[in-house]
Design a protein around this ligand. Structure first.
Ligand SMILES: *Cc1c(COP(=O)(O)O)cnc(C)c1O
Length: 390
């Protein structure tokens, strides 16, 4: 018997799951269904669709494909990564406690601190690159472990399987923001996570032209709550966005191979460059981190940070500015995961809201530069960095 598309290789799943020829026209590519409502066949009778907030065929096709890419049974999409994160946190009740990694995405930190804290959901942050730390911060009220791995911007990894085991002993469920790794390189559900979240704005869309978010799970109860919130809160993914992301994920596997190949070449270049003090890349800091990468990832990915060597009497911000001003191919921009290479300055961009002493404590200096390595020719990217670092 031939395997179902769900059980085939990654890119085959990305191209085929949920994407059979359109039943009414034979269209090979899932059509963009721009409709807010569906004509019913009779009272309480319809073809599976009633209203556009509740469901849409383009969106449904994308959700089927996304579930298959994370080895999950259910995927529920939202209008942005933040809306997806919000849907997960919204399932908590007042007095529930969250433990999150300390290198958390700034938007998630803001959601915990400036929205949910007022509603009685309290979060604490810990450096979870050593799993045993989790036991020291849980309380009887702890319900959710929120993990990001690799982290931003220092690309530290956390052992998902070890942390999930500890969290489950404490009756917590485990959510992993898998945006940096993508399902091509890491599948948290296989490692014991209860839900996986992606900002599809990044690698899944892959072309910096669309925003979206998704939550994927194998738990029927969680999936039901998420579907309920999707329809009830209404922060849904539009049909056009779903169509663009469906187009994007078909090439996710081959894009990630090239992104990563380029990142490895750039890492090698930066590590031997006299103007560079240190390079951060998943698994690069110590043997323990390398062993976690080897256990749970199929590759280190394409996000990379590096610190410029300090030069006496030189203002670090001026130095960073002058490097940036000489870059031609790397654009100075927020976000990541598109085909084009981007450069960012965590201290004044993604992590500007962290108080300076916390930034220093966490190793985010003013000389730290973050790269989202694109899929251009590696030699051209290295040439661009070479010019800029002169
Ligand atoms: C961008 C990002 C988000 C937020 O996603 P949006 O689509 O911008 O709302 C969440 N987590 C991580 C790791 C991200 O990089």
């Amino acid at each position: 018997m031939k395997p179902e598309p769900e059980h085939r290789g990654f890119t085959t799943r990305a191209i085929h799951v949920g994407q059979e020829a359109d039943p009414s026209t034979g269209a090979t590519i899932v059509p963009l269904y721009l409709t807010s409502t569906y004509t019913q066949t009779g009272l309480s009778q319809h073809r599976g669709y009633e209203y556009g907030r509740a469901d849409n065929p383009t969106r449904r096709a994308l959700e089927a494909a996304l579930a298959a890419l994370e080895n999950g049974r259910h995927a529920v999409t939202f209008g942005s990564g933040m809306a997806a994160i919000d849907a997960v946190v919204r399932m908590l009740k007042p007095d529930d406690h969250v433990v999150a990694g300390e290198d958390l995405y700034g938007g998630a930190y803001r959601l915990f601190e400036q929205v949910y804290r007022e509603h009685g959901v309290l979060a604490d942050y810990a450096n979870l690159s050593a799993p045993e730390v989790l036991s020291t911060v849980v309380s009887p009220l702890s319900r959710l472990l929120w993990l990001e791995t690799p982290t931003n911007p220092l690309l530290k990894v956390a052992d998902i399987a070890a942390l999930a085991e500890i969290a489950h002993r404490h009756q917590m469920w485990v959510a992993v923001d898998n945006t940096f790794a993508t399902p091509y390189l890491q599948n948290p559900l296989d490692l014991g996570a209860d839900v996986v979240v992606h900002s599809m704005t990044k690698y899944l869309g892959g072309h910096s032209d669309v925003l979206g978010g998704v939550v994927i799970t194998n738990d029927d109860g969680i999936a039901q709550s998420l579907k309920f919130l999707q329809n009830t809160v209404g922060s849904i993914l539009g049909a056009f966005e779903a169509w663009l992301i469906l187009r994007g994920i078909k090439t996710l596997g081959i894009r990630m191979e090239r992104h990563q190949e380029n990142a490895v070449a750039i890492r090698g270049f930066l590590e031997q460059h006299p103007a560079v003090e240190r390079v951060y890349y998943p698994g690069s800091t110590d043997p323990y981190q390398a062993s976690v990468v080897a256990r749970q990832m199929r590759g280190p990915g394409a996000m990379l940070s590096f610190e410029l060597r300090s030069q006496s009497g030189q203002d670090p911000l001026k130095r960073v500015q002058s490097v940036f001003s000489r870059l031609r191919l790397f654009s100075l921009a927020e976000s990541l995961g598109g085909v084009e290479s981007l450069v960012g300055h965590p201290a004044t961009m993604s992590h500007a809201s962290l108080p300076p002493h916390l930034r220093r404590e966490r190793g985010i200096s003013d000389r730290l530069i973050r790269l989202s390595v694109g899929i251009e020719e590696a030699d051209d990217l290295i040439g661009d960095l070479e010019e800029a670092l002169r």
